[in-house]
Design a protein. Sequence first.
Length: 252
Amino acid sequence: MKLILSTCVFASLICLLGCSSLKNPYASINDGKAKAIIEKSIQAYGGLENWNNIDYLSFDKWYALYDEDGKEEVNLNQEHHYTPQKIYMTWQDGNDKIEQTQIGTQFKKLRNGGSDPNTKTQSIKNSILASTFVMNFPYNLLEKGSSITFDGESTFMDRDVYVIKAEYFPEIQKHHTTKDIWWHYIDQESHLSLGYKVKHLDHVSLVKNMSFHEVSGFTLPWKRESFRVDENGDELFLRAEYEYSDYNILKK
């Protein structure tokens, strides 16, 4: 699943690239209704102050990718480790150990300890940004330069939801490479995200958050499903499944 995403990572972990000032973290959201919903959502996920006090986060991630005929293309188990200085993830590719890292603005991929000459930097970056996006929601909605608006009320997964629309602009946000549009479906009771629809240049995806973990006062992803959909949002086929486990969180 192609995802080109924001690096608005944990404020204390990787630094909020382009995010609002911590003195007024909601300053970049001009829509009052959207701001009120996002504030409640951030509180439901554990609170911004608590999030900013994380010094280390690790977890295991399993995911599988499928083609339109249901044939499995990828099946991987990964380890993820995030600190203030570094994002690190690793997995096995056959007999090879793969490692991907982000240190500041530097992205690297190693195969069995040596550089992988067949991998382009942008590919590594996209992979890491896609992974960090999931962990950073809803805190990444505070990113400066984005357009965040309330887009009405609807139903999603048989629940009443608020719809938050997020637009990103590559001409002013260097860590975005395409003008993607996102619609986040926020449960009206729990204020947790039930999922989102995202319009990329070449396709539309719909992601459902099936379940969550409660860890150290935070609400974190557990099981997710991603579907390729048409322009009307009708599901075409299951594109991916994800499962997150074995969280470990250390605070300052």
